[in-house]
Design a protein around this ligand. Structure first.
Ligand code: HEC
Ligand code: HEC
Ligand code: HEC
Ligand code: HEC
Ligand code: HEC
Ligand code: HEC
Ligand code: HEC
Ligand code: HEC
Ligand code: HEC
Length: 434
């Protein structure tokens, strides 16, 4: 993994790094440098505390030997605490309301030397949550204890910081094919940050980004699936990889409302005041929105004078986000076409419509599953249906014939497309993008 260590051009802290850049010997060999020993004379004492104005106390104990082992022993205490002046310290220190407040202010120093990571984090869903005032969203020191950072620590399965807050996801991951292989020592098997990033963590369901991450490692996947699955591009576009690779998990068709111009999920209910009223329910178990209402909704959002056209894009997903992590070995994956391509398929019994919430995390509303079958909504949905799964028995028969009769796929495929076009008189399938 390449070092992305970027130095701030200016500032006392950066100057410190430059001064120490040539140092290679671990400071631990001879104990902490004198300057740090001065700080540790007081802060090395267990039990040193400061009362917080918001209640409770802040432990001021910094274990000197742990710090001496850390990568930051190189820069010393004042590498980050440049504002501490021993001439006036501790008499002149400011009151602190809470540990979180202090951390939020202190992590700004990380930017000086780790500009790249800081900027990436600033774009993340975690940072968006911090800006929303979420006290549980991670900042630098939630994942890297500032006095104990050791090299590569966050990259190990047991110490990966993500598990602290996403325990359910970690547990599902740990028994998945990737988790098992990684535990067994296969460093190429992905851990959380290989799929989500460590700093630039985005909303999980955003676009097809996650699929492209899979394909980034599984470069042969499109070719290997093509050997048995027709229309691989279409399937990879509308069926998320875990839908087939976590065969037991419940599935949902998510109808994503997006802006045709920006190609982004539209945000709501902001700007769509009637939205919640129309859908009524935020769970897929209680059928909310019916076909006519969905059409109405689109008419309202696309009425003349409104900028940008709202379209609907269908995607077959796992109902529970956490289930995406329970990937199994490939021989267990769903292969039977009629798991989906059959009347009453379980894959199409749950339907949601989603819009982006304030931080980009989608809000999903339950939708009556008849939406998929409705002649009203076919135009609106732009052709999300699977043969037999949601629509026409005639196509079931064609598919069955093709399978049983061993018709070559290209031919069967052409026939199918033709019938689809004739039947629905729709425009060619719109491929989801970004
Ligand atoms: C003579 C003992 C002593 C020495 C030496 C000392 N500190 Fe402190 N430090 C304290 C005490 C006591 C407090 C709590 C002050 C309070 O209650 O407001 C404190 C508070 C702090 C805090 C908490 C932030 C704050 O504003 O209260 C930091 C950070 C800190 N010291 C860093 C350092 C560093 C870095 C050094 C070395 C350059 C150092 N200290 C040297 C005694 C010391
Ligand atoms: C890599 C930057 C960095 C270095 C180096 C560093 N600190 Fe800190 N220190 C921080 C941050 C950031 C906080 C805020 C607490 C947090 O977010 O966990 C902090 C908090 C503290 C506090 C308040 C107690 C607490 O844990 O919140 C004390 C005291 C302190 N540091 C002393 C020291 C001493 C003494 C040294 C040297 C032995 C040192 N620091 C080295 C970044 C650093
Ligand atoms: C004065 C500059 C400076 C500041 C400020 C600073 N660091 Fe560092 N940091 C370093 C240096 C130097 C290294 C070692 C780089 C190397 O050898 O690759 C490092 C390495 C790291 C590493 C990499 C560990 C690994 O796996 O290799 C992490 C994580 C880290 N710092 C986190 C932080 C955090 C969090 C803060 C803010 C609390 C912070 N740093 C503030 C200079 C700094
Ligand atoms: C949600 C947890 C999390 C947060 C928040 C976080 N990091 Fe990291 N960081 C990680 C993980 C995991 C790794 C190791 C994987 C990697 O390098 O991609 C890492 C690696 C690093 C490295 C080493 C990079 C390298 O190339 O080896 C640095 C430096 C770093 N982080 C600094 C920071 C700074 C500065 C912040 C605050 C802006 C921060 N991190 C916030 C989880 C986090
Ligand atoms: C200090 C706690 C904390 C840590 C550590 C943490 N997260 Fe988060 N994360 C949150 C919170 C809070 C949310 C927003 C609520 C939610 O969706 O769980 C969130 C949201 C997310 C989301 C978006 C979820 C969605 O619904 O789209 C992803 C993806 C994510 N985190 C991945 C990670 C990864 C990867 C790591 C480790 C590199 C990590 N998190 C570490 C607290 C944390
Ligand atoms: C192999 C790639 C991969 C790995 C490894 C991975 N994830 Fe995910 N993660 C996904 C996918 C795919 C989704 C679902 C995205 C979607 O809905 O489009 C997801 C969703 C999430 C969500 C949102 C869950 C929700 O309720 O909506 C969080 C949080 C998350 N992952 C955290 C983590 C954490 C923490 C780890 C490590 C324990 C991890 N992920 C490992 C691919 C991965
Ligand atoms: C329609 C269901 C389905 C979808 C969608 C699907 N897969 Fe598969 N996948 C399978 C089946 C079934 C196998 C086993 C094929 C075999 O044994 O010949 C498989 C095999 C694999 C394998 C092992 C063989 C190889 O190609 O190396 C990988 C890796 C894989 N899939 C990744 C993915 C990724 C990544 C995606 C999303 C881009 C995806 N799959 C989408 C059903 C699916
Ligand atoms: C960082 C690289 C990386 C990423 C990202 C990644 N994988 Fe993998 N995956 C591996 C490695 C390495 C293996 C084990 C060797 C192999 O079978 O290719 C593996 C194994 C698998 C297997 C088992 C293959 C078999 O032969 O049984 C499946 C299925 C799979 N991955 C699906 C996915 C899916 C779906 C995603 C995205 C959500 C994904 N992978 C993301 C590297 C990755
Ligand atoms: C996990 C569910 C799932 C499985 C398994 C699956 N499909 Fe599909 N298939 C879909 C979905 C969803 C679509 C897209 C419908 C749409 O948007 O028009 C689709 C589309 C198609 C189309 C394209 C129709 C067109 O418009 O061109 C064909 C052909 C097809 N599937 C054949 C198959 C065959 C053959 C198999 C088994 C080898 C299979 N599918 C397995 C869900 C699935």
């Amino acid at each position: 993994m390449g070092r992305r260590f970027a130095m701030g051009a200016i500032g006392a802290a950066a100057a410190t790094v430059l001064a120490f850049a040539g140092m290679t010997a671990p400071a631990s060999a001879a104990g902490p440098p004198t300057a740090d020993q001065q700080c540790l004379a007081c802060h090395g004492m267990p039990g040193l505390e400061k009362p917080l104005t918001g209640g409770g106390t802040l432990s001021l104990h910094i274990p000197g030997d742990t710090f001496a082992q850390s990568v930051h022993s190189l820069i010393g205490c004042t590498g980050c605490h440049a504002d501490v002046n021993l001439a006036s310290h501790p008499a002149a220190v400011e009151p602190i309301a809470s540990k979180r407040n202090f951390s939020l202010a202190m992590v700004q120093i990380c930017r000086t030397c780790h500009t790249v990571e800081f900027e990436q984090w600033g774009q993340s869903i975690h940072a968006a949550l911090v800006r929303e005032g979420d006290p549980t969203a991670p900042i630098c020191t939630s994942c890297h204890l500032p006095h104990a950072v050791t090299r590569g620590a966050s990259e190990s399965l047991d110490a990966v910081p993500c598990r602290m807050c996403h325990a359910a996801v970690f547990n599902a991951y740990a028994v998945s094919v990737h988790g098992v292989l990684r535990r067994g020592g296969l460093a190429e098997a992905p851990l959380c940050f290989n799929c989500h990033g460590a700093h630039d963590v985005s909303v999980a369901s955003a676009g097809v980004g996650r699929r492209d991450v899979c394909l980034g490692c599984h470069t042969e996947a499109a070719a290997s699936h093509r050997a048995w699955l027709p229309n691989v591009d279409l399937h990879f576009g509308v069926v998320e990889c875990p839908v087939c690779h976590v065969p037991q998990a419940p599935r949902t068709v998510d109808l994503i409302l997006y802006d045709s111009t920006t190609q982004k999920e539209v945000s709501g209910p902001v700007g769509m005041p009637k939205f919640e009223g129309l859908t009524g329910s935020t769970t897929a178990t209680q059928p909310g929105l019916d076909p006519t209402t969905l059409l109405l909704l689109l008419k309202v959002t696309n009425r003349p004078g409104i900028e940008g056209k709202t379209s609907v894009r269908g995607r077959l997903e796992l109902t529970q986000g956490v289930d995406n992590h329970a990937l199994t070995f490939a021989f267990k994956a769903i292969r039977e076409c009629n798991t989906c391509h059959r009347e009453g398929s379980a894959a199409f019994q749950s339907v949601t419509v989603s819009v982006a919430g304030p931080t980009g995390i989608p809000i999903r509303y339950g939708v009556n599953k008849d939406v998929l079958n409705s002649a009203f909504s076919v135009d609106a949905i732009g052709g999300f249906y699977a043969i037999g799964g949601t629509r026409v028995t005639l196509l079931d028969m064609l598919l069955a014939l093709a399978l049983v009769g061993g018709v070559a796929w290209p031919l069967a495929h052409l026939t199918m497309r033709w019938v689809f076009k004739r039947y629905l008189n729709r425009t060619p399938h719109e491929q989801p993008k970004g």
